[in-house]
Design a protein around this ligand. Structure first.
Ligand code: PNS
Length: 162
């Protein structure tokens, strides 16, 4: 189970899903709501974007998570929760969630270190750059950048078009 808010999905998220898929036969990407963040894109759009970005990957399924991750893990029969770490700050925010999810479901969280070449990428950084009219095309999968500019009401930067 690869859970996240994915607002929007980035190349960093795809890297973690690819790595998770080398460890597990089936990967379920759970697109959920993080109550500590206010989302830019609606959940259905986030699910669609992730599904399109992973369409060519076998054994990967994208679902919307509207309740507890622990309940979805039980419903899906998940053997592990997989999260990506870019550095220590990520671990600090992930550890309480991992402990709570283990408390609620007994399912362990496995942490994967992502590609260091992608460690500057986060959904919030992508939205910040896009919100200032900067180019985000090489930070997110095909089709995602325009949706982010549109949601932010930003004109597409000419130099970034691909
Ligand atoms: O990408 P994020 O924002 O770190 O993802 C957080 C997310 C959505 C995975 C987390 O908030 C979550 O699991 N939400 C579902 C509700 C839940 O189970 N909360 C308790 C355990 S954290």
């Amino acid at each position: 189970m690869c859970p996240g808010s994915f607002d929007p999905v980035t190349e960093g998220h795809l890297d973690i899903v690819r790595r998770a898929r080398t460890l597990f036969d089936q990967v379920v990407v759970a697109v959920g709501v993080n109550v500590t963040k206010s989302a830019l894109l609606p959940p259905t759009q986030r699910v669609e974007m992730f599904a399109r970005a992973t369409a060519s990957m076998s054994g990967v399924r994208v679902v919307r998570m509207s309740g507890l991750l622990a309940d979805l893990c039980r419903d899906e029969g998940a053997s592990a929760i997989v999260k990506g770490l870019r550095g220590g700050a990520d671990f600090d925010s992930e550890q309480p969630m991992a402990l709570m999810n283990r408390h609620l479901s007994g399912v362990e969280t496995v942490f994967i270190t992502g590609d260091p070449g992608l460690s500057h990428i986060s959904s919030s950084m992508v939205k910040d750059v896009a919100g200032h009219g900067g180019p985000i095309y090489d930070l997110v999968p095909e089709g995602v950048a325009d949706a982010v500019y549109h949601a932010l009401d930003i004109n597409v930067p000419k130099e970034g078009v691909r």
